[in-house]
Design a protein around this ligand. Structure first.
Ligand code: OAD
Ligand code: ZN
Length: 234
């Protein structure tokens, strides 16, 4: 029985119409992360930061899970071992596809949190710097996103799951942002089999035992079919 941990990045949601960050024409080519994705940027210009995440929230709710998200949900439902998705994505497409075992390490676009008291609630579609926190009443509402310089969520659970898995898969992530970028090396160091599924060859190709190159909507269903056939269960 194989336990599988799958790290997903922006590439899995690209074919749902949500932009990646570092590809040509990606979000960080159009926008400056230093002005949008750090606590300092938010302190300096909360309206600009809200505008960016409002735009992304609007795109997110208008999008739908694609064949790759759906295939991973099918894997979780039918695979005999444990399947955990660790996602760097802040969209909700894995959950809408039906995946249950999902850890959102970079936060949740559909959630708001108070920068003062840490209370969280479901974000309005359009957030503004004038919004009041339902917990403490202050006007310091921010998206529940892990920004540069902040600690990703669920790190202990992620490390435990990786050390107990038999296969570690990276789908649609450039491997540029730590700590997520270091997971594959950690898995490799523990003797765990590793697989990359990406539009391109991975930059750290030596870290992967297996590589599938192509769009996620084609490669992920193909890989899931292989996994389920191998177990005699489709
Ligand atoms: P990147 O934009 O860095 O990388 C996207 C990856 O997806 C690249 O390796 C592409 O080759 C691949 N890709 C693009 N389209 C694809 C497709 N259709 N099928 C398969 N692969 C495809 O995005 P991430 O690695 O997710 O953090 O970026 C990590 C973090 O950087 C994000 O979570 C975000 C960003 O700053 C925060 O905002 C905190
Ligand atoms: Zn508060």
């Amino acid at each position: 029985m194989t336990n599988i941990v799958i790290l997903t990045g922006a590439g899995i949601s690209a074919e749902s119409g949500l932009g990646t960050f570092r590809d040509k024409g990606g979000l960080w080519a159009k926008f400056n992360p230093a002005e949008l994705a750090s606590p300092r940027a938010f302190a300096e210009n909360p309206a600009r930061v809200h505008e960016f995440y409002n735009m992304r929230r609007e795109n997110c709710v208008a999008s739908s899970p694609n064949a790759a998200h759906l295939a991973l949900a099918r894997l979780e439902q039918n695979h005999l071992g444990r399947v955990l998705i660790v996602t760097q994505n802040v969209d909700d497409l894995h959950m809408r596809a039906g995946s249950v075992n999902v850890l959102q390490m970079h936060g949740d676009l559909l959630q708001a949190k108070c920068a003062k008291c840490d209370v969280k609630w479901r974000a309005a579609l359009v957030m503004s710097k004038e919004d009041y926190c339902p917990g403490c009443g202050s006007q310091s509402c921010r998206p529940d996103i892990v920004w540069f310089g902040e600690s990703p969520y669920h790190m202990a659970a992620i490390r435990t799951a990786i050390s107990a898995c038999d296969l570690f898969v990276v789908i649609g992530s450039s491997g540029s942002v730590y700590p997520a970028a270091g997971f594959v090396t950690a898995a490799r160091g523990l003797g765990i089999a590793t697989l990359s599924i990406n539009l391109e060859e991975p930059s750290r190709s030596a870290a992967f035992d297996h590589v599938m190159v192509g769009p996620a909507t084609q490669m992920v269903p193909r890989w899931v079919d292989q996994m389920l056939i191998r177990k005699g269960k489709k």
